[in-house]
Each structure stands twice: as C-alpha cells, then as structure tokens.
Write a protein that binds this ligand. Structure first.
Ligand code: ADP
Ligand code: MG
Length: 731
C-alpha cells in the first residue's frame, strides 16, 4: 500500500507505509541479490527415447491400438486420408489406456478460441458405477466431439445471430498429448471449435481449411509440370522471442501484471547500445530455465532446437525444428505456455508481449514457411533444371500473392501490442515488402528483360531453359529489416508478434498463395509440351513486371523506404484500426470465400473481434496508467516537492543564503512536473471517458513522458516502480 499524507501546515510527513513502500522496491533487489547462484547440476544423460513420451504418437498408436486401426489413423495423420468414423471408439479406448498409464486423471478438448490463447475444460475419466464403485471411461464420442458453452468466447456477432452453443471436434492430424502438473496430468485432445451452424469460432478451423486449399493448388500446379501426384506438406518453423524478468520486480509493476508491458519507465543509460547481450554467454539462472523448458518440450514431442540471448538485455529466443504447419502452430501455443509456466517455477516471469519495454527491441515471432511436395522443397533452388524451373515459378507466385494481398498479410500482424513494434526501429516496418537478396534480384532482372543471361554473381546451377539464367547455389544473404524475406529455402515472415497465434498469419498466407498458384496453373494447364517453357517464361516475366514493386532489398527501417514505398503505391497500414480494415474489403472476402477459408460472415466477425479486443486493451492500458500515475507517481512527486518546499520556506525565513537557489530550482522542477502530471491525468481520464482509443494512446504517451522525466528528479528511494535498469539487468 503506497500512502502519503500531505499536511497543509507544517509541510509533509512521510508515514510508515511510505517508508515501507520504498523498501518494497529495494526489497525486490535485495532478494534477487540473495538468490543462491545456480550450481552446475550433475548432468543427466539425454535420453532420445524420452522425445515425445507424453504424445500419443505413432509409437504409442502402434502399441495401444489394433494394427488395422493404427494404420487407418496414421493414414489420416500422414497423408490426409479422411478419418474413418468407425475407429473412434477403438482409438479412444487405446488413448485412454495410454493416458492412464502416463498418470492422467482427466481429459480435455484443447482448442484456440479467438481470445488469442488456448482453452481447456477438464473432465475426469472417473464415473460412478453401481455398488459404490467407480469406473474410468472415455468413449469415442468423448474423443470426437465436445460441447463447451461458447457464450463467453468472442464470436464477433456470429453468436447473436445464431446459437450460443459451440462444438469442439477432434483434429486427428495433431496428436493428443499429456500436460503435467504438480500432482497429476491431463490428456489434451487438439480440436477445432465452431458454432452450432458451422461457423469457425477459433483459429484452427480456418487454418485447416487454408491448408486444404493450398495443398489442392500445389497439386494442380505440379500437375502442369508433369509431376505425379504426391503428398503435399506445408511446413512452419516459428522462432519465438521473449523476455525474462525476476518475479519480484514484476509483482511491483501493476502495468506489467495488467497489460504485459511497462506503461512507465525511463530508458536506462545502458540498454542494448553495446550489443553485448546478443549471443552472449547465457547466465546460470537462465540456462537452468531454458533446460527445463526444453526437457518439457521434448517430452511433448516439440523439437526445440536453438536457444540464445537476443539483442535486448533480458531477451531470449527459442527456435524449433520446422514441422507440418498445423502441428507447428499447436506446438508454438504450447511453447508459449511452457515458457510462462517454467518461468513461474523459477521465480521469473516470461514476457511475451511485443513491446514490454519502450525504447529497446521488442519481441517478434519469425514465421518460417515452406512447401514440400513429395520429397522436394518447392522453395529450394535445387540441383536440376526442372527443380529450378519449379522454384522460380513458386517464387514468382509468392511475389505476386504478396504484392496483390499485402493488406491481408498485414492484417494478420495487427494488434495493440504489435503496433508498438512494427515500424519502430528494430522491427519490420508496417509496409509489407519482400527481400530476395542480390543474387535472386539479378535473376529476376534477367527474367524481366526477357533475354537469356548469366547472373552477375557466381552461380553454379543450370536451369536448362535457354532464356532463364543459372541460379546461385546458396542465395542466403540476410536482411533483418525486411518483413518478408526469402532465406534460402523458405520465406521468413517477420512481422507477426511474439504473442500471436501463428494460425493467423499462415491462414492468409496459404490462401493468397493458393490463388496465385491457381492463376499460374490456369495459364499453363492446357499448354502443349513443346510450348511449355516459352509460355512459362513469358508468364513469369509478366508477373515480375507487374509485381516486382513489392521487392525491396534495401534498409526497411529507413525513412527513405517509407517515401519510396509510397511512390510504389504499397500500402502502409500503420495502426491496428487501419490494418484490420482489409477484413471488410469485399474483394478480400470474395477471395477467402472462394478458397473456403472463411465465409463473408466469418471474415466480418473477425473484424469485429479484432476491433473490440484492440479497444478493450487500450482502455485497460489507459485505466491502469491512470491508476499508477494518480496513486503511485503523483504521491511521491508531491512528497518530494513538499519536503523541498518546506525546507525552502524554512531556509528563507531563517535568512539562509546558500541553498536557496538550489532549493528553488528543485521546487520549480518538481512543481512543474507535478502540475504536468495532474494535467496529464485529467486528459487521460477525459480520453477514457470518451472511449476514444486514439486519444487514450496519445494521452498515455504524454503522461508517460512527464512521469519518466520525474523518475530522474525524484528521490530514488521513494520511486515506487522497479526501474528499467533493475528489471532488465538484475536477475
Ligand atoms: P535464422 O537465421 O533466421 O535464425 P535458422 O536457420 O535458425 O534461421 O532457422 C530458423 C527457423 O526456420 C527454424 O525454426 C527452422 O526449423 C526453420 N526452417 C528451416 N527450414 C525450413 C523449412 N523448409 N520450412 C519451414 N521452416 C524452416
Ligand atoms: Mg530468423
């Protein structure tokens, strides 16, 4: 409790609680300092057999299911063969036996409502039975379908027109897994979540629809190249950035507790300028945390691979080996959960917000995406002329898709949190452009010119089409400022926010690329073999001439690029309200409807949900900023001011000369700050009353500026909020 008493006569008096409040911040520092240093533990040998031990994977299926049932289920998982409904009961039985052996007491349908997180409602296997007994049950129906009450999940208006009921349906392509807690475990069944009338109420349903659309489009395109039909697999490897701070600091920051980001806090003199954190040696407390995270992820079959210190102090990254996209999306949701919970157990807090700290790097989620057809990665320039021809076609299709539908891609990166990151200095700008690197840029120039040629840079790959240049073998230059970069054999979409569910970005990426593939397939499908190469070349040439404005290999952070992009008429949707408007665009709605990803109504509902969520988040931020300013910051400034003022008054009446000038200056600074703070509070209060998000954001920024300036003026012992230099460096 922070409480200050200001007495009109006789100046201020600091109460006992005031002194305690000072202690709170110092106490946090002291207790972090007193933590025992993690001693290296005796190493436990890594057991590769433990990988996926908590997953109902192929090994478990083969052990717990009859052979024919396991085969049928695996055909659905691996090759997308429609699920035979007859096997549900047998699968449920085997899954239950497996889960009970692994210590599970409950099961849940695990889904992704439009809250941004995951949802679970547990049911015990236990059921009362006659004669005072109990049995452990789990039926085919329990596995296949659930009926959670949908009325409290966001539906963006769909619910009011239809029914409050919601259903969950088993997604057999993402295996069931077990989540453990201190004294038990729960069997989790990944599911899609939709309304009584079949509208998607979640993120998985449209993602699965988009995957089906893209696989169809890939197959049609590959047929044009004369390839036999093979299994198509879309892959994803999401790199996850996060901050870790000590829980003691977190608990003293109501802004972090309520919003996940600091709404106040002056930049410390040293933050990331020296770039000494990036890839630095990992501190003992953090590596212990990372190791626990990885061990848990490996048990869940999540191939966590890479770990390192990121650029900002207290910032880190985890990257998995890529997997089938739908599975990888589920896994990333689990990664975020395991990061949070493991931090909690270690006296840390994991911040997944896109911009927890102003003025230093924010958190992103790099969405590495590629397409596999049979054994070949279609984005791999490859080793033979045919593969290179396919590669260039896919590359051009993606360029066309991103240019035509940059607005839809941008939509998927919107949100109150990511608004602070996109366009800021460390993150991709809100303008969507593609980086291909200098070598591919050469290739593109040659294709556009319509002449045969040799790329200027050393290249070793023959394409075997006369007018197409040879390809560089390793086109992996790097550019960290591009929102959508070709990185060797995949595209890396860097704009999504660290807290986002990957489904959002990928469902639209899949959809727009499907459309582009179909555009090309339509032009190629009836072309006789002897004209194929020529037709393809002129098609790619036309596509590039029309769409290469979206390619930008320069510095995406520079102000010149913003100007240049405007000249090229590339959309620059700066804030969430602008960025989500494309969801209401009739052309976009037609496109997603054509590919069966969303109905017009579903798309409109997403707009409503995003807008409402955005406004709610901003109102919460404004509310807690006001509360902190009024009840924590104003009181300490008042207290410091009144002490200085009464000292000044006493010094003047005692006829003292020295110190009067200084005290007057201190009073002036604190008094001016106090006035500005109160004025800022009034403005914020008015903006909150108006429920105007843009005004709330401006008022919060102005209030923060004043408050952060006061952080440098006020007695350090009295400042109530843990400072940046503490949160980011003391752990
Ligand atoms: P960076 O230099 O951006 O850190 P990495 O080589 O570490 O790149 O890879 C980043 C991520 O890209 C990893 O999660 C990796 O699994 C993923 N990735 C690699 N190849 C593919 C692919 N073909 N499809 C999808 N993701 C991939
Ligand atoms: Mg990367």
């Amino acid at each position: 409790m922070f409480c200050y008493i200001f007495q009109q006569q006789g100046g201020t008096q600091r109460t006992a609680t005031n002194t305690m409040s000072n202690c709170k911040r110092n106490h946090a520092i002291q207790s972090v300092a007193a933590r025992p240093v993690e001693a290296p533990a005796p190493s436990v040998p890594v057991n590769a057999d433990d990988f996926g031990i908590d997953v109902f994977n192929e090994t478990a299926m083969r052990k717990y299911l009859p052979k024919d049932v396991a085969e049928k289920l695996l055909a659905t998982v691996n090759s997308g063969v429609p699920l035979d409904p007859e096997i549900a009961g047998t699968v449920a039985h085997g899954m239950k036996e497996w889960a009970l052996e692994r210590g599970a007491t409950h099961y849940t349908h695990w889904f992704m409502p439009l809250t941004g997180g995951t949802a679970e409602k547990h049911d015990a296997f236990l059921n009362p039975a006659p004669h005072d007994k109990a049995v452990l049950n789990f039926s085919g129906k329990n596995l296949v379908m659930g009926e959670p009450d949908a009325s409290s999940f966001p539906s963006g208006g769909i619910r009011s027109t239809f029914e409050a009921r919601g259903y969950t349906a088993w997604d057999p392509t993402s295996p069931a897994f077990i989540k453990r807690h201190a004294n038990g475990a729960t069997l989790c069944i990944p599911t899609a979540f939709f309304s009584y009338t079949g509208e998607a109420l979640d993120r998985k349903t449209p993602l699965l629809r988009s995957l089906q659309a893209l696989k169809g489009a890939v197959t049609r395109l590959m047929k044009c190249f004369g390839l036999p039909e093979e299994t198509c697999r879309i892959t994803l490897g999401p790199e996850q950035e996060y901050f870790l701070i000590d829980k003691q600091f977190y608990l003293n920051r109501p802004d972090l507790v309520q919003t996940g980001r600091t709404l106040f806090g002056a930049p410390p003199p040293k933050h990331q300028q020296l770039e000494d954190h990036y890839f630095g040696a990992i501190r003992p407390r953090i590596i212990k945390f990372m190791t626990e995270v990885e061990q848990e992820l490996w048990r869940l079959g999540i191939p966590a691979k890479t770990r390192h210190n990121e650029v900002a102090p207290a910032q880190f990254e985890l990257a998995p080996v890529f997997e089938e996209l739908n599975l990888s999306v589920d896994h990333n949701m689990l990664v975020m959960e395991v990061l949070r919970q493991t931090a909690e157990r270690n006296g840390l807090v994991c911040l997944l917000h896109e911009k927890p700290f102003a003025g230093i790097n924010g958190n992103g989620k790099h969405n590495n995406w590629s397409i596999n057809y049979g054994k070949r990665n279609l984005l791999d320039p490859g080793k033979d002329p045919e593969q290179n021809m396919i590669f260039l076609t896919v590359l051009c299709a993606v360029i066309r898709a991103v240019d035509l539908h940059a607005d839809l891609l941008r939509t998927t990166t919107s949100g109150a949190g990511n608004d602070h990151r996109l366009g800021a200095n460390e993150a991709p700008p809100s303008i969507i452009s593609i980086f291909v690197g200098d070598q591919l840029a050469d290739v593109i120039d040659i294709i556009k010119s319509g002449h045969s040629g040799q790329a200027r840079r050393p290249s070793t790959l023959r394409i075997g089409v006369d007018t197409l240049p040879d390809l560089p073998r390793d086109a992996t230059d790097r550019n960290r400022t591009s929102p959508f970069a070709f990185t060797g054999n995949k595209f890396e979409f860097r704009a999504p926010g660290s807290s986002h569910c990957c489904a959002a970005a990928n469902m639209f990426l899949n959809t727009i690329v499907s459309e582009s593939f179909d555009y090309i397939s339509e032009k190629l499908k009836d072309v006789p073999a002897n004209e194929f190469n020529e037709t393809l070349q002129s098609l790619l040439r036309d596509i590039l001439i029309q769409h290469d404005r979206v390619i930008f290999n320069g510095n995406g952070y520079s102000p010149e690029w913003v100007e240049e992009a405007a000249k090229r008429k590339l959309p620059n949707l700066r804030t969430t309200p602008e960025a989500i408007r494309p969801l209401m665009d009739p052309e976009n709605q037609k496109l997603v409807e054509k590919y069966g990803v969303f109905t017009k109504e579903e798309m409109a509902s997403r707009y409503e949900i995003h807008l409402e969520e955005y406004n709610k988040r901003i109102a919460i931020e404004g509310g807690i900023a006001l509360e902190i300013a009024k009840s924590m910051i104003v009181p300490v400034v008042t207290d410091n001011y009144s002490r200085a003022a009464s000292t000044l008054s006493k010094a003047t009446s005692d006829g003292l000369k020295a110190g009067v000038k200084g005290l007057t200056a201190v009073c002036e600074r604190l008094g001016t700050g106090l006035d500005a703070l109160l004025e800022g509070c009034d403005k914020l209060e008015a903006a909150l009353a108006e429920e105007d998000s843009a005004k709330i954001i401006d008022a919060m920024a102005a209030l923060r500026k004043t408050a952060d300036a006061m952080e440098h003026e006020v007695d350090d012992n009295a400042w109530p909020l843990p400072k940046y230099r503490e949160m980011l460096f003391i752990y």
